[in-house]
Design a protein around this ligand. Sequence first.
Ligand SMILES: [Cu+2]
Length: 166
Amino acid sequence: MKKVIFIAGTIIALLGCNSNQKEKPERITIQSKNKTEASSNDLVSNTIILSSNDQMQFDKKILRVKKGEKITLTLQHTGTMSKNVMGHNFVLLQQGTDIIQFARKAMKAKDTEYIPEGDDVIAYTKLIGGGEKVTITFDAPAPGTYDYICSFPAHYTLMKGKLIVE
Ligand SMILES: [Cu+2]
């Protein structure tokens, strides 16, 4: 009698294994579907909406644009904090600019909303606070990869990304 129960248990255990194996291919299908969705967000577009928040973050780390065309960029701030405390801007830097050195100069340029003098900047928005947004239009620079940051003091450590002109 004990032997019969043991065999029945083994069969149930085997059945259990089989049903687990059947689930695996489904999981793989779901994963590859998600990958396709993620890459479709990475489209080349010269109309950009970049979002920022009270957590000192941009919602995009890579912006892909087409060469030889104008870029229209809207920066929005979805938070509620004022621009004196949690101000954000978008500052596109020339290739070869040292971000840390630039940010140090920017920190001292409070009167010009943290845009320092010099020719490191390709394009920038004004500084905005929670609930605000601003749109700028500028010519796409030559093909290549460019850094962008928020130049509000200390924000560049989290608020930075790459603009890729293709
Ligand atoms: Cu900022």
